[in-house]
Design a protein around this ligand. Structure first.
Ligand code: C2E
Ligand code: MG
Ligand code: MG
Ligand code: MG
Length: 288
């Protein structure tokens, strides 16, 4: 039966509207089941301070450990989760898990969580964050929300209000995939971003493409001029790292430093507590 459900799930590219509606419904069912059966996983990708060479944070990237299809990446289901609306539940889950995981990392490490447009509009976002911060006794400044330019394009005034409301909690907000969307630079003036993330499509070409180098440098200058920090994503080679460090990029993220991994597998890069140790330290900090 799982196989049947699976088959229906993956025919979303049909031209037929009815097929597509049905496919969307079955994805919603499958993702609901994935949540109930604990099939979702958070992977973590370390972020490096380019100037000090220290790991200063990690981005959480969701995976679906499907019973028959194996490990499925977010590019295969996040958009469907967004379309069906189940992203708000999935996103709340990711936030709770990320803040729980933060408890297992050094206290000076930040945790970045990707937030979908629909989540920004969801009434549960703020309460989920406030609760998860309180439950895990995490300094809100350790939490970083990553949003993309697409979030800024619908209902701009509401989004601005929501982002300011989130900032009041004390967390940080990054603009992800910078330069790949259609938003205007004037957003950078109005919205409370702490960080720009240079998209990997620019980083990929740094070695052999003059334009990509120029865009990367210009992005960095915009960030500096507006008092934001700057992270380059998709750093895969030593030459890319060297160039980005040289021009003053603050943070680096990419396969060169580490692939996204379950937290348990990152102990060689930074101290990782076991769940038991984390629970104990939480009990102590709640008592004290
Ligand atoms: P993103 O937030 O821009 O994440 C960066 C993507 O680049 C990740 O893909 C990461 O695995 C990949 N990447 C990192 N370093 C390298 C590199 O050196 N080379 C290359 N080629 N790729 C690299 P991933 O994990 O497949 O995630 C894809 C997208 O799915 C993310 O893009 C993000 O937009 C979305 N996503 C992931 N987790 C969540 C989540 O919990 N909630 C929401 N709403 N979206 C998520
Ligand atoms: Mg991201
Ligand atoms: Mg990105
Ligand atoms: Mg992306």
């Amino acid at each position: 039966q799982a196989k049947e459900a699976g088959k229906r799930t993956w025919c979303v590219f049909s031209q037929n509207l009815e097929d597509r509606a049905r496919a969307r419904q079955s994805i919603e069912l499958d993702l609901n089941k994935a949540l109930e059966n604990n099939e979702l996983r958070l992977f973590f990708q370390p972020q490096l301070n380019a100037q000090t060479n220290e790991i200063i944070g990690a981005e959480t990237l969701i995976r679906w450990q499907h019973p028959t299809r194996g490990l499925i990446g977010p590019d295969h289901f996040i958009q469907h989760a967004e379309d069906s609306g189940i992203i708000t539940r999935l996103g709340d889950w990711a936030l709770r898990e990320a803040l729980k995981a933060a408890r297992r990392m050094p206290e000076n490490m930040r945790v970045a969580v990707n937030i979908s447009p629909l989540q920004i509009h969801s009434s549960s976002l703020v309460t989920t964050i406030i609760n998860a911060i309180a439950v895990n006794q995490i300094d809100p400044a350790r939490l970083e929300l990553e949003i993309t330019e697409s979030v800024l394009m619908t209902d701009t005034e509401f989004t601005l209000k929501r982002l300011n409301q989130l900032k009041e909690i004390g967390l940080r907000i990054s603009l992800d995939d910078f330069g790949t969307g259609f938003s205007s630079l004037s957003y950078l003036r109005r919205f409370p971003f702490d960080k720009l993330k240079i998209d990997k499509s620019f980083v990929e070409d740094i070695d052999h493409n003059h334009e990509s180098r120029a865009i990367t440098k210009a992005t960095l200058q915009i960030a500096k001029a507006l008092n934001m920090s700057c992270t380059a994503e998709g750093v895969e080679t030593e030459t890319q790292k060297q160039y980005l460090t040289e021009i003053g990029c603050d943070e680096l993220q990419g396969y060169l430093i580490s692939r996204p991994q379950p937290l348990d597998k990152l102990g060689h890069l930074f101290p990782v507590l076991t769940e038991e140790e984390a629970a104990k330290s939480l009990a102590q900090s709640t008592a004290g």
